[in-house]
Design a protein around this ligand. Sequence first.
Ligand code: FAD
Length: 410
Amino acid sequence: MTYDVIVVGARVAGAATALLLARQGLRVLAVDRAAFPSDTPSSHQVQPPGVERLARWGLLDRLGDAPPTRRVRFESSGAVLDGTFPAGGAIHSPRRTVLDHALVEAARAAGAEVRERWRVAELVWEDGRVVGVRGSSPGGQDTAAHARLVVGADGKRSFVAQAVRARAYRHRAPRSFASYTYWAGVPMTTGELHQREGLAAAAFPTNDGLTMVYMSAPLAAFESFRADPEGAYLAALDRCGDLGARVRAGTRAERLRTTPDLPNHVRPAHGPGWCLVGDAGVTMDPVSAQGIANALRDAEGLAGAITAGLGGTSPLRAALAAHQRDRDRALRPMYDFTLRLATYHSGPAERLFLRTLAELRRPAEVERLFGAFAGMSPVDEFFNARTALRLAAARLTDNAARRWSSTPAG
Ligand SMILES: Cc1cc2nc3c(=O)[nH]c(=O)nc-3n(C[C@H](O)[C@H](O)[C@H](O)COP(=O)(O)OP(=O)(O)OC[C@H]3O[C@@H](n4cnc5c(N)ncnc54)[C@H](O)[C@@H]3O)c2cc1C
């Protein structure tokens, strides 16, 4: 059988792409070497734009009991900001075992054929164009499947990207390592983000009453961290207010997962007969926790372009090129911001910015900050000189008003 589209990799990017294409009536095969439900080394805050997509696709009630987080507390260099997201937005943090499985099942229900435990070993080419894949399940025979397009949704070390020799651009060397695990008896009603010199940490509630607690730090500190990962992980949390103490009072429910494999690069979204989506197309340091929401956004953009191109409403190549332009435009501010976060250092201007924001106590400004962190608005539209001036002016006004109201009358 020839498919319209074969998707290699069936997690957030691949299963979402397969789901959206199948809902448009395309013949879709999605394959993954994993069997679902299956975990993957990734924490799992889904930012509000990703949550909004999951809701629109009818999947929000399939994420088990992971509670939405509408409030966040952010502590950075003495500034404490507590607030909500714009427009009532929320972060959800479902385990990848739950989220990826829900997407796979939804893709199946939409009519996509999903082959689990099926590894792609080779691409099939014809006249310089990818026309299919060759692969097998464990112990099975190699078989080929053909399609008009092959989508690589196979993660940051994408086999498809390597096979088509997709050249990475905006490539930056890894800057961080990350370590996280799950705790029982550490109840949370808000999400927590901590930024310290040389350290970032996050804590969010997830499924089964557990709390995911994550830390990351500069790659240069990895050698000393790995001498005693558990001790170093807890010592890092001890630097984040009372987070360390609260975690120590709970019970660790799972093993600590640690990885220094955190590359940063962008690859083209398409070429002759092939496309890349999710981490296969764009991988960035998880310190800003954008990968899942980006994968869902890019799956939607790519599925729209493929549907238009294969459906004949616009030339395929032009539709894919427009998708790549949109993807890169949407990506750039957060990509640069993420690389800055991954230096684990804030300069005096940034510290002053956050201190001013904290002292102002204006919920609307904190909401704007969290909206920018969450990718709800371009991050460079908030972190700029204009906002710094607006905050400084607001602080002057507040101070003047305070002095005025404390001046004795008469
Ligand atoms: C430590 C860490 C923490 C993170 N935390 C967050 C976070 O809190 N929030 C967030 O938004 N993002 C986070 N991310 C990023 C997020 O994990 C990725 O952006 C996301 O998983 C990308 O999804 P994907 O579907 O593109 O790729 P993946 O999730 O990597 O899935 C790729 C799939 O392709 C399959 N595959 C690969 N090769 C083949 C083959 N040859 N044949 C068949 N199948 C194949 C794999 O089995 C896999 O299932 C984190 C990442 C890391 C490393």
